[in-house]
Design a protein. Structure first.
Length: 271
């Protein structure tokens, strides 16, 4: 017991020297490990500056490098040229991370979802909705003149212009469509769901258009990269909403037709 007591008593608490009161305005007192870290960082920066200075001295001013055309000077400051003039952020991200097959797959999926939404919403409140035609056959012109559409369809004349939710007269007489039986909360929820559906449809149509433009740009790049068919000149540069348009010599027309017909919609051919 005495040996343990002596061992504990022999231990000393080592405390680091603190900053003197007269120098507290300078912050914490720097220790050796802090000095070593600061000195290492300083020497590293010094070596980098020395290397860059040497590289600048032996550099050939007539040598071409791509930064000459990929940068510009604005107010005496070198700035990188942005690619946002040709592509949107979403297009750049997709081009850098995905390939053409992925774009085609996503576009096909978007088209499928758009068709399902259109079939579910029926485009009830759209301004450019298709006009439905209901053909009624009669035996002669007299029967045509005496035809009463409301009686023939079994509905009220006020509902003849409807192509959806057209109630029958017998249902109206029974009071199935009475306004007293309609729950306002259900109507509000239905309107909310309809607005949400049209908003989703609008967003998916816009996304499908962006994917179509991106697919066209990538297909043209694949064709140009092959090096087999070279265009004579470019007619229109690519933009955010369109692919580039090239002029191809007449002798290349048969080759283009043999390779893939879908590329022809992006090129102008000399006759």
């Amino acid at each position: 017991m005495s040996s343990l007591h002596n061992a504990v008593k022999a231990q000393k608490t080592h405390r680091e020297r603190h900053q003197p009161d007269a120098r507290k305005n300078l912050g914490l007192l720097e220790k050796k490990k802090d000095y070593k870290q600061r000195a290492r960082d300083f020497n590293k920066k010094k070596a980098t500056i020395k290397k860059l200075r040497k590289k600048a001295l032996i550099r050939n001013p007539d040598e071409f490098y791509f930064h000459m055309i990929n940068s510009k000077v604005e107010d005496g400051v070198h700035k990188e040229k942005s690619k946002a003039e040709k592509f949107t952020d979403e297009q750049l991200a997709l081009m850098q991370t995905q390939d053409l097959k992925y774009i085609i797959t996503k576009r096909t999926s978007e088209r499928s979802k758009i068709e399902k939404l259109r079939a579910r919403l029926h485009l009830i409140s759209a301004t450019d909705k298709p006009k439905n035609v209901h053909t009624i056959f009669v035996d002669n012109d007299r029967e045509k003149e005496d035809l009463n559409l409301a009686a023939r369809l079994g509905t009220h004349e006020a509902f003849l212009g409807r192509s959806f939710n057209r109630p029958l007269m017998e249902d109206l007489k029974k009071g199935k469509f009475s306004t007293y039986n309609i729950d306002p909360e259900q109507v509000s929820e239905a309107n909310k769901a309809t607005r949400k559906g049209y908003k989703e449809l609008e967003q998916r149509i816009a996304r499908e258009e962006q994917l179509a433009v991106l697919q066209a740009k990538m297909e043209i790049k694949v064709l140009l990269k092959s090096g087999k068919n070279k265009p004579e000149r470019i007619v229109q540069e690519e933009t955010k909403s369109s692919a580039p348009v090239y002029v191809w010599p007449k002798r290349e027309r048969s080759n283009l037709l043999c390779q893939n017909d879908k590329f022809l919609c992006f090129f102008s051919l000399i006759e």
